[in-house]
Design a protein around this ligand. Structure first.
Ligand code: BG6
Length: 301
């Protein structure tokens, strides 16, 4: 592919970053260094896999994921933007926006002095994206790979009028058995329960999962932890630019309907999403920049 060759010439880093053809023919960036490794699809600037050196994958990627142009990949770190969930006024527009299903362009890469590797993407606007969101915006996704993975989504309002943004890093984490994990850091938050028509509820104690869970937690802090006794580890999520978090597991029936989870797929994953959703939507003034970022790391128990 000519595009891959030119990307490798412009942004490749010998021994650390290479562009190649990935599953389903999608172009991917393969990143590896002494700290860890990751693969990122150019469609969606979508981190598909990440593992610290010598460790098990941190991210869940469905064995039944579909890799095809215009299809969101089931797993990794999908980017929901410029709206989260259903569009506020037009139900015909795609859920979670379009950033995850369109092509992005690498714009910079760097081997950092601390050994990590950084790759910056910019969403490519087309007549189709402008038809869904005519407001002039610039979206960058900066992905930094080492012993941890950092994803930073930067939105700039390029126009003279304000823009209201909702978004999420819809991250799928790999767990041994979702029925045995607990998510800490959301104690005492209110949440909107999407399974019960967005009823507002209050979280007491850590979050555990024993049925379909689809919740937007409000007023969340900047550190969440997934305790996974089966994998004998804690996944630590450190975020900034976010005051809401989504916890999602489709459970059996919904996973079956989705068609890209596979049998019992829901048991090996949980989504803990760093978001700007519901009450936490962002009003971007003309020229303003907002960065939503999350760092994922593990600690062994
Ligand atoms: C979650 C939503 O963030 O994403 C759920 O809260 C939704 O309601 C889930 O089902 C998956 O969405 P999608 O579009 O990737 O199937």
């Amino acid at each position: 592919m000519e595009r891959l060759q030119s990307l490798n010439e412009q942004f490749g880093i010998k021994g650390q970053l290479e562009f190649a053809e990935g599953p389903g023919g999608l172009a991917v960036a393969e990143i590896r260094n002494a700290g860890g490794r990751a693969t990122v699809a150019l469609q969606g600037a979508h981190v598909m896999t990440f593992e610290p050196h010598g460790d098990e994958p941190v991210l869940w990627l469905s064995d039944y994921a579909k890799f095809a142009p215009g299809k969101s990949i089931r797993g990794g770190v999908p980017v929901c933007w410029p709206w989260f969930g259903a569009h506020a006024s037009d139900p015909a527009l795609p859920a979670h926006g379009y950033a995850r299903t369109v092509d992005w362009q690498p714009v910079a890469s760097e081997a950092l002095a601390d050994g990590r590797t950084r790759l910056v993407f910019e969403l490519i606007e087309t007549p189709a994206t402008k038809a869904m969101c005519p407001h002039p915006l610039r979206l960058r996704n900066t992905i930094t790979v080492g012993t941890t993975l950092t994803v930073a989504l930067e939105t700039t309002n390029l126009s003279q009028t304000p823009f209201r943004l909702t978004q999420a890093l819809h991250t799928y984490f790999a767990v041994a058995d979702v029925r045995r994990i607990s998510i800490e850091g959301l104690e005492d938050c209110d949440y909107l329960d999407k399974v019960e028509g967005f009823a507002r509820k209050h979280q007491q104690g850590p979050v555990t999962i024993a049925h379909e869970v689809d919740r937007i937690y409000l007023g969340s802090g900047d550190l969440l932890e997934i305790r996974d006794p089966g994998m004998e580890r804690i996944i630590r999520i450190t975020s900034s630019g976010s005051r809401s978090a989504v916890v999602w597991n489709p459970w059996i029936e919904k996973a079956e309907k989705m068609g890209d989870f596979g049998p019992d797929g829901h048991l090996g994953m949980v989504c803990v999403e760093t978001a700007n959703a519901a009450d936490d939507s962002i009003e971007l003034a003309p020229g303003a920049v907002h960065t939503l970022s999350a760092e994922y790391g593990i600690e062994y128990l």
